[in-house]
Structure formats: structure tokens, C-alpha cells
Ligand binder design. Structure first.
Ligand code: FES
Length: 107
């Protein structure tokens, strides 16, 4: 089990338990985290699962692919250095404790 904390723009935190092999987006939607829309269902086509990875965790994630990089140029909220698509973050034991900040908007 991997524990992930989502931090809302107002500072409110929600901590969820993710199943092995789930993406951060899947864990968020399964746990009714508001702020992750995931309109394309995790197919890297919509960019409505945008998150800001906490600085302490950024270097521990695998590098993003070209598709993710391109989609991040079209996010509703500003793209930052710590921007990722949560559907492309596969959760594992090594990411236990991951902190993801939610943007102000996804559309
Ligand atoms: S859910 Fe659509 S890009 Fe992640």
C-alpha cells in the first residue's frame, strides 16, 4: 500500500491509500479527490489530471515521456517545473508518502 497526500489549493490535505500498480490519478478518482478530472481516463490525452509534485519528491519520480511533456504545455493552470500528469505517475512502495498539490483548476 502506498500512502499519497493530495493538498488542495486552500491548503486542505487528503491522505489516501493507493493499491499497488495504480496511477496517482486512479487512486485519486477512486477516493473522490476533487480537483482531478481525468477526462480521458488515463490515456494521456486530456491534461485534466495535472498536479504539482511536492519539491521533496520530484527527483524520485521517473522522467516524463514526450507525450506527457507536450500535454503539460496545454494545462488550464500554469505549468511549473514540478508539473506532472497524475495518470502517468505509477505508484509503488518507493513512493509511499508522496505529496501532490492540486492546481486551482483543470479546465
Ligand atoms: S487523465 Fe487524461 S491526461 Fe491524465
Amino acid at each position: 500500500m502506498t500512502i499519497v497526500t493530495f493538498v488542495h489549493p486552500d491548503g486542505r490535505e487528503q491522505r489516501i491509500a493507493a493499491d499497488a500498480g495504480e496511477s496517482a490519478m486512479q487512486a485519486a478518482t477512486r477516493n473522490d479527490i476533487n480537483g482531478i478530472l481525468a477526462e480521458c481516463g488515463g490515456n494521456a490525452m486530456c491534461a485534466t489530471c495535472h498536479v504539482y509534485v511536492d519539491a521533496a519528491w520530484l527527483a524520485r519520480l521517473p522522467a516524463m515521456g514526450g507525450d506527457e511533456d507536450a500535454l503539460l504545455d496545454g494545462t488550464a493552470a500554469e505549468r511549473r517545473a514540478e508539473s506532472r500528469l497524475s495518470c502517468q505517475i505509477k505508484l509503488s512502495a518507493g513512493l509511499d508518502g508522496l505529496i501532490l498539490h492540486l492546481p486551482e483548476r483543470q479546465t
